[in-house]
Design a protein around this ligand. Structure first.
Ligand SMILES: Nc1ncnc2c1ncn2[C@@H]1O[C@H](COP(=O)(O)OP(=O)(O)OP(=O)(O)O)[C@@H](O)[C@H]1O
Length: 263
């Protein structure tokens, strides 16, 4: 039976008086590749920030197991979040550090491991993302796709149970984006991690997502959830069909090609 990993309960998110999304309720199961989807400005990144401890809810909470992230004391919150890794949209590598130093950073901050052991872990993580041998390169010496993969190696440095990705394919060409999707899927299988991806990239949504939530920018709440392919085939909601078919005239039938995982 599916085991809940993260449960969002009655979550309302605001900036000042402005309600971004209200009454969000959904569950991310262990092992899911869960997609947070919706059009520009609907609040996907804001939701991610609530899930990774960067922004407090106006109402409701984000539960890891049975522990409410925002009703926990700061120490407990830190412990809960130590099981997570995040790949931000920019990759967020420090430009003055080599790849090895970037990936080592979360390890040396959280542990007292000897330098040799840290170096071994770093090389292993870089190899997992196809960057073996690039330890001493600087971010500026890498392509955008390689920088994303290095950011992923850093997000995985502490063996997180849950990995968050903010728009992983942003700024990548379609082939590089597809390779990153493949990598996300293979890591999901190899590490049995739970993966949460914020994206509006339809190719990614259908290629990797086994579950999802759809945030609607007009009504400021979630209007659907479930396997993206099922939503495409069965949803009667015009906003969802429009989003999942890129607004194509012939609707969901014209978008069937997207359901195959090839780009
Ligand atoms: N720090 C902030 N202060 C005030 N408003 C903000 C802030 N950050 C985002 N917003 C607003 O909140 C809304 C949701 O933004 P958010 O970035 O979460 O959306 P998104 O779905 O991730 O968008 P996109 O797909 O364009 O990245 C937008 O209207 C945005 O302008």
């Amino acid at each position: 039976m599916a085991e809940a990993c993260i449960t969002v309960k009655d979550l309302t998110m605001t900036y000042g008086d402005f309600v971004i999304q209200r009454d969000l309720n959904f569950t991310i199961n262990r092992g899911d590749v869960f997609v947070v989807m919706g059009g520009n400005g609907c609040g996907k990144t804001t939701l991610l920030r609530h899930m990774i401890g960067l922004k407090a809810p106006a109402q409701g909470d984000v539960y890891y197991g049975d522990q409410g992230l925002w009703q926990s004391d700061p120490k407990t919150r830190e412990r809960i979040l130590s099981r997570t890794g995040v790949l931000f949209q920019s990759g967020a590598l420090l430009s003055s550090m080599t790849l090895a130093e970037n990936v080592a950073l979360p390890i040396t901050e959280a542990t007292e491991l000897p330098a040799k052991k840290v170096r071994e872990i770093v090389s292993y993580k870089l190899a997992l993302v196809g960057l073996a041998g690039f330890e001493d390169y600087y971010p500026s010496e890498l392509s955008g796709g390689m920088q994303k993969r290095a950011g992923l190696a850093r997000a995985m440095a502490m063996d997180p149970e849950i990995l968050f990705f903010d728009e992983p394919s942003a700024g990548l060409d379609p082939i590089t984006a597809k390779l990153l999707d493949d990598l996300i899927l293979s890591l999901s299988n190899a590490l049995s991690a739970t993966i949460v991806v914020v994206t509006h990239d339809l190719d990614s949504i259908f290629a990797i997502g086994n579950n999802s939530v759809f945030l609607d920018a007009e009504t400021h709440t979630m209007i659907a959830g479930g396997p993206p392919r099922q939503l495409l085939e069965q949803s009667a909601d015009p906003s969802i069909v429009r989003f999942l078919t890129r607004g194509e005239q012939d609707g969901r039938h014209g978008a069937k090609h997207l359901i195959g995982s090839d780009r």
